[in-house]
Design a protein around this ligand. Sequence first.
Ligand SMILES: NC(=O)c1ccc[n+]([C@@H]2O[C@H](COP(=O)([O-])OP(=O)(O)OC[C@H]3O[C@@H](n4cnc5c(N)ncnc54)[C@H](OP(=O)(O)O)[C@@H]3O)[C@@H](O)[C@H]2O)c1
Length: 274
Amino acid sequence: MTPQPRMIAFIGAGNMTQSIVGGMVQSGYPANYITVSNPSTDKLERLQQQFGVNITPNNIDAVATADVVVLAVKPQLMATVCEQLKAEVPDLGDKLIISIAAGIRITKYQDYLGASRIIRVMPNTPSLVGQGMTGLVTHAATTDADRDFASSIFNRVGKTLWVDDEDQIDILSALAGSGPAYFFEFMASLQKAAVALGFNAEQARILVNQTALGAAAMATASELELPDLRAQVTSKGGSTAKGIDVYQAADIDFISAEALHAAVKRNQEMAKLF
Ligand SMILES: NC(=O)c1ccc[n+]([C@@H]2O[C@H](COP(=O)([O-])OP(=O)(O)OC[C@H]3O[C@@H](n4cnc5c(N)ncnc54)[C@H](OP(=O)(O)O)[C@@H]3O)[C@@H](O)[C@H]2O)c1
């Protein structure tokens, strides 16, 4: 059952807020329950025109009437934004706080805000097209209703996965947050290879995009494991097997493991900065 709408304030009207708010309103969340604040007004005005949400350049005004606050500013601005909220919103501690900022841990928000109900969320950019993968983590003070509410918001722009431990967010972020870039890199290399074999760039892009979309859709729809799906389209001695041999000779498993390790390590380093 979809939880009842709550008054929700988004602090920061950047890319992620635009995609989440768009997904919420387009899937039926009442626009008059949403307020977005941002210092400059152009993005706010676009959001209001497109989706009919309430807008304000003043974070305090947005938060004052909200039950839920989504913190969506860049991590380096978070301390300043939170300190102002703590100083000027007397009942801040009663509100559910959802942060989408990379790298800032729940205990930091407890320090910054004096709030107790905090959910940390890691969305990714395909949320922009309703195909996001969002990781969530929280702690004991949030209620089941808070968790259901947070899931319901991010399920409007894709899929969600709760993890038990905040360290897992660094790994989830290396996979789902950075992952679109890995797939784009791979897709671009296939596109280049197709162009080298005679297709023009547009033809190659259509072929690559649709093949990637089809493979992801099949993987999502099927109950088979990924290696079994791969085996299903790989006849012994056939052309696919020849192509797969090349990837395996380059040790694609090793490359993926190294890529994830490098990204996790960087996430852990960046988390120490905040
Ligand atoms: N993009 C991603 O793929 C992604 C994925 C996961 C998590 N995140 C996290 O999501 C958060 C937002 O990312 P984004 O990509 O949406 O960034 P963004 O497009 O740069 O948006 C940030 C917004 O915050 C506004 N802002 C600046 N100072 C503010 C203040 N004092 N009060 C209220 N708003 C203020 C900016 O306004 P002006 O432009 O007018 O200065 C801007 O519109 C970040 O913390 C990031 O770590 C992003």
